[in-house]
Design a protein around this ligand. Structure first.
Ligand SMILES: *[C@@H]1O[C@H](CO)[C@@H](O)[C@H](O)[C@H]1NC(C)=O
Ligand SMILES: *[C@@H]1O[C@H](CO)[C@@H](O)[C@H](O)[C@H]1NC(C)=O
Ligand SMILES: *[C@@H]1O[C@H](CO)[C@@H](O)[C@H](O)[C@H]1NC(C)=O
Ligand SMILES: *[C@@H]1O[C@H](CO)[C@@H](O)[C@H](O)[C@H]1NC(C)=O
Ligand SMILES: *[C@@H]1O[C@H](CO)[C@@H](O)[C@H](O)[C@H]1NC(C)=O
Ligand SMILES: *[C@@H]1O[C@H](CO)[C@@H](O)[C@H](O)[C@H]1NC(C)=O
Length: 416
């Protein structure tokens, strides 16, 4: 899979238009990793383009722009980047400035390819046990390497192994037609599993969260945890079993403390608005109990991610940690963010339905880097309305590629 990954670094927001550049003159070739290849080019005054070959760790520096539509993308082993004049450090024109450029101000556009671990690679929906209809919420079970998926359009929750894709799923809840009885769903959206293996399903249309025992199947009736108006994603703190649920309708994140009701407001709940104690149609919630001990909210209507301190209430003001600059595809913008996950470095990964992409935001950075997608489609490097994202035990990023009716696995360790 690694050999099919192409990553194109485009520095500092501007894509240089290349016209009729046929001859490239290489000024240097060295053995470094990809980051240092980029740095080497930035520090060499003549260098305006570089190509890094993953298989050999060879870094070639050029005094000429690469033809981005030609040979560069055809070579799947190569990562190429071009530099816009005036952005190198120190700038080519002077050696006295102390201006520095960091990775967080680098715009990187990747063309990462995925393998489809479940559903139709071509994007076709279906209702048998190898197909999906609009997957949304996911939960990854590390010990068994199994994935649980809310199959929104099929009114069921599926569980399957991701060890040897493609595989056949087991129905662990629902699949009894559309409805609000305790063995039915009407658009299951978010899901979570607590520390004792109980399954929680947020039902979008029935406005409720239902709990199922750990060994449930299609005939099992759940029990009502509580009402949540237009319930979206769920996140569970595995240390406390606090259950967080996004309410699209109430512009709030609710918390079921220790896994029981009634719920309390953990964020928002102050009307629809863009103040930092308000939310607008939030879809995603992620409580990071592992690293940052904070609550992250995909404030979808405000095109931003808010971070709240642990123990937050409706009175708590959040901090904007990504976006908040209007809907758009700029590097400081988001468009309909759906879900968030945070890694051990505090780096945020965000899925955006409106941009059909996943971006990565280094901690405290005001700009994101596109690591997956960016255009709508069903190719292996494209997404169509990505919903929940999460890491598996090998640090692959799994994406519920909603309108492509598939679950995509990206090995993001090698790119960017
Ligand atoms: C991801 O790619 C890296 C580098 O090619 C490789 O070492 C690693 O095994 C891959 N991970 C998986 C889960 O395939
Ligand atoms: C599901 O349907 C697809 C398309 O018709 C078919 O290829 C696949 O084998 C079916 N899977 C099962 C488990 O029946
Ligand atoms: C399904 O779950 C019910 C309990 O909810 C149990 O009685 C039944 O045996 C299970 N069926 C299968 C096939 O495991
Ligand atoms: C926030 O809302 C106010 C009032 O509705 C509006 O004027 C302002 O443009 C909004 N800000 C952003 C960043 O959308
Ligand atoms: C990004 O947004 C601009 C301005 O709306 C648009 O022209 C451009 O096509 C968009 N790019 C992609 C990849 O959608
Ligand atoms: C981000 O900002 C916080 C608060 O100022 C600081 O503690 C942390 O070290 C910063 N992280 C990085 C990676 O700069």
């Amino acid at each position: 899979m690694a050999s099919t990954i192409v990553c194109l670094w485009l520095l500092f927001m501007i894509i240089t238009q290349v016209v009729g550049e046929d001859t490239q003159s290489m000024i240097m070739s060295l053995m470094v990793d990809s980051t240092n290849c980029q740095v080497a080019c930035l520090t060499q005054s003549q260098c305006i383009a570089a190509t890094f070959y993953r298989s050999t760790f060879n870094c070639e520096l050029f005094d000429n722009i690469l033809n981005q539509n030609g040979n560069m993308l055809a070579n799947m082993d190569a990562t190429s980047m071009s530099i816009i004049s005036g952005t190198r450090f120190p700038p080519a024109t002077t050696t006295t400035t102390t201006t520095t450029s960091t990775a967080s101000s680098t715009v990187c556009t990747c063309s990462q390819t995925a393998i489809t671990i479940f559903g139709s690679q071509a994007g076709t929906s279906g209702s048998n046990l190898t197909l999906l209809s609009q997957p949304i919420g996911m939960y990854y079970d590390g010990p068994s390497n199994m994935l649980v998926v809310a199959d929104f359009g099929n009114q069921r929750i599926l569980r399957f192994s991701i060890t040897n894709p493609p595989t056949v799923a087991t129905v662990i809840a629902g699949s009894n037609g559309q409805g609000c009885n305790m063995n039915q769903f009407y658009w299951p959206n978010g899901i979570g599993v607590d520390s004792s293996g109980q399954l929680y399903v947020a039902d979008f249309f029935c406005n409720q969260v239902v709990r199922f025992p750990s060994n449930s199947n299609s005939t099992t009736s759940g029990t009502l945890l509580g009402s949540v108006a237009v319930a979206a994603l769920i996140s569970i703190n595995q240390l406390t079993n606090d259950i967080y649920v996004a309410s699209y309708n109430d512009n709030a994140i609710y918390k079921f403390v220790g896994g029981s009701g009634p719920s309390v407001v953990a964020a928002g709940g102050n009307g629809n608005g863009n103040a930092s104690n308000q939310l607008s149609g939030p879809n995603g919630v992620y409580y990071d109990y592992l690293y940052t001990n904070s609550l992250y909210v995909a404030d979808s209507g405000n095109n931003r991610i808010l971070k709240f301190a642990s123990g937050s209430t409706s009175a708590t003001y959040g901090t904007v940690v990504a976006g908040g600059n209007g809907a758009g595809n700029g590097t400081n913008q988001l468009n309909n963010p759906r879900s968030i996950v945070v890694d051990s470095s505090g780096t945020l990964y965000i899925s955006e339905a409106g941009n059909n992409r996943v971006t990565r935001w280094l901690q405290n950075s005001s700009r994101g880097i596109t690591i997956i997608g960016g255009t709508q489609g069903a190719a292996a490097n494209q997404l169509y309305f990505p919903e929940q994202i999460l890491f598996d035990g090998s640090r692959n990023l799994l994406v519920a590629d909603r309108y492509n009716n598939r679950i995509q696995l990206f090995n993001i360790t090698t790119a960017c």
